[in-house]
Design a protein around this ligand. Structure first.
Ligand SMILES: N[C@@H](CCC(=O)N[C@@H](CS)C(=O)NCC(=O)O)C(=O)O
Length: 214
């Protein structure tokens, strides 16, 4: 029986959308429980889960009676648990910049990186299907278009919105959690590679990757 004040995160840890939320919870060292869902067992469609998230997708957060879905919104909720950490800046314009990049993630980066991950990781390793070359070609075009934007933006910046690590870094970095396995051509982009290396060095990144591999 989970205590009322413990945050529950319902997620399939190998997914980048799950990773986005779990890495923030780990970085903030929040007290949370991971409720693992497995798509191979039909967990997303189970009535008790569909009652929490009518999309029947993950992740979902539950904190007492409060329920929230959409990974980037969950990141913000987690950041608000420890506002002093600065993952979601208090200053309005600084916060809007973080939110801008979270929106850009959903509109452009997540589909661009997600195409590779779905075709080269989820299909062969989770669903037992062959990658579709046409989908990979479409994904490649999307990826380079967005990667050029992110790479140029990162020039002269430590993190996506400047000198400070925010939820935007975790939102965008999560799309590259399977970069090697999915053969995402990150190496062509020096600034993205440098920024990604700094995220991978974080203890929370390593801890969350281990959850994904478990
Ligand atoms: N925009 C949503 C996307 C959620 C999403 O599509 N999750 C995938 C995980 S890879 C899912 O649950 N897919 C199951 C399905 O499509 O049936 C978020 O970021 O939370």
């Amino acid at each position: 029986m989970v205590e009322r004040n413990v945050i529950e995160i319902f997620a399939f840890p190998p997914s980048p959308r799950a990773f986005k939320t779990l890495v923030v919870a780990n970085h903030l060292e929040l007290d949370f429980t991971l409720e693992t869902l497995d798509p191979r067992k039909g967990d997303f469609q189970k009535p008790e889960y569909a009652a929490l998230n009518p999309n029947m997708r993950m992740p979902t957060l539950k904190h007492g009676e409060y329920v929230l879905w959409e990974s980037n919104a969950i990141q913000q909720y987690l950041a608000l648990q420890k506002p002093e950490n600065g993952l979601l800046p208090k200053d309005d314009l600084a916060r809007l910049d973080v939110i801008r990049w979270q929106f850009w993630d959903l509109a452009h980066w997540d589909p661009a990186t997600g195409g590779y991950t779905f075709e080269r990781v989820a299909k062969p390793l989770v669903l037992g299907l062959e990658p579709d070359p046409a989908a990979l070609a479409r994904g490649e075009e999307l990826f380079h278009r967005s990667a050029r934007v992110l790479d140029a933006h990162l020039r002269g910046k430590e993190y996506v919105t400047g000198k400070t690590l925010t939820v935007a870094d975790f939102a965008l970095g999560a799309g590259l959690m399977h970069a090697e396995a999915a053969n995402i051509p990150v190496g062509q982009y020096g600034e993205i590679s440098r920024w990604l290396a700094s995220l991978k060095a974080l203890p929370a990144w390593k801890k969350t990757l281990a959850l994904a591999a478990a």
